[in-house]
Design a protein around this ligand. Structure first.
Ligand SMILES: [Zn+2]
Length: 353
């Protein structure tokens, strides 16, 4: 009997190893939780506007507006309707967990678990779960063509398939933008990535240039091309636009796309570094470096994104190797290793481990 009483009195909220005691009140037959100590625990602030009965719950850019006696909530200006109202009693706000838990999730990106004697709040784990593997070109667009007529579109599809099956083996969900020889617009490739909630976008290509001696691997992330070399690769990979039926989107749209990528610039650069390192190590391919260019296919992806130029198809020796299964496989395994290394580091950093 004593034990039950103890639990009823002591309701604890915990977050990142800190605990606060929280009052729980029964209002209209439902258990309501005092918001003030939880707000303090999260480093947020609560202000009351006496006249309107409005309650402002704020942290950084986040503003949640509650109204005493109303189930309506404004979360950064967006209205939500809950099954039970917010309650103000004396100078304190009480919320039912059916309102509190979703607000923690949508507003603060926090996960809350409620038990009989308390509530535990966690940071939402950042996890790289879905990776889009984009085999460049396809269908009427062959990409680069080697001296022996080997087509870029065929080799990169083989590499992409191996990458996808190896990632799946490692427990990473993988989406291929194409799994056969078909034409897919650049716009559709990024759409596939964004609509599938992908966390990474990796586009696989083969290089080509006039000199038949040039060989090596380079990995690009999206930014403005700085050198003539970068501009040449950018122009070649972007030239697929000529195969597309529609004009590129309006200027405004491309500005928005660019903004979407700048957010992930440093992550994309880091991913490019990992992939370059593991490909060149695996198959003793010369490293030409991490480069930057403004590839259309990388624009508009709301996630870290890179474009790999694995080897030169214009070099006869490289072309010969690119026709061998073992060589293609090693390139694919290099890409997989790079993705896995990036995933481990990124998740650690994002989850403050
Ligand atoms: Zn290409």
């Amino acid at each position: 009997m004593l034990k039950i009483l103890f639990f009823l009195c002591l309701y604890i909220a915990s977050y990142k190893g800190n605990n606060v005691q929280v009052t729980v009140k029964e209002l209209n037959g439902s258990q309501y939780i005092n918001l003030e100590p939880i707000s303090q625990l999260l480093g947020s602030k609560i202000n009351y506007l006496e006249k309107s009965g409005r309650i402002f719950w704020q942290k950084g850019n986040l503003t949640i507006i509650l109204t005493d006696g109303s189930p309506w909530v404004l979360l950064n200006g967006k209205p939500y309707n809950f099954p039970l109202p917010a309650k103000k009693q004396e100078d304190e706000v009480f919320l039912h967990s059916s309102m509190l838990i979703p607000l923690l999730k949508s507003g603060f990106n926090l996960v809350a678990e409620q038990g009989d004697n308390g509530i535990i709040i966690f940071d939402q784990k950042v996890e790289i779960k879905n990776v889009v593997i984009d085999a460049g070109h396809g269908g009427r667009d062959p990409g680069a063509v080697g001296p022996k007529k080997t087509k870029e579109k065929d080799i990169v599809l083989k590499i992409a398939r191996i990458v996808a099956s190896e990632l799946k083996k490692a427990g990473i969900n993988c989406i291929l933008t194409r799994d056969k020889d078909e034409f897919i617009s650049l716009e559709k490739r990024t759409k596939i990535a964004n609509q599938n909630g992908a966390n990474l976008f990796v586009s696989i290509h083969l290089n080509a240039c006039r000199s038949r001696k040039t060989h090596g691997c380079e990995v690009y992330f999206l930014s403005r091309a700085r050198t003539d070399w970068e501009r040449a690769v950018e122009a070649r990979e972007n030239s697929v636009i000529k195969f597309e039926e529609r004009e590129l989107g309006a200027d405004l749209e491309s500005i928005l796309w660019d903004l979407a990528q700048t957010e992930y610039l440093s992550e994309s650069k880091e991913l490019a570094g990992y992939i370059l390192k593991s490909i060149t190590k695996k198959e003793n391919i010369k490293s030409i470096g991490v480069k930057q260019a403004n590839f259309f296919v990388l624009r508009g992806t709301y996630m870290p994104a890179v474009l790999i130029e694995a080897e030169f198809l214009s070099n006869p020796q490289c072309e010969k190797k690119l026709r061998k299964e073992w060589f293609i496989r090693n390139i694919a395994l290099g890409i997989v290793e790079g993705i896995k290394k990036f995933k481990t580091g990124y998740e650690k950093q994002m989850n403050y481990e």
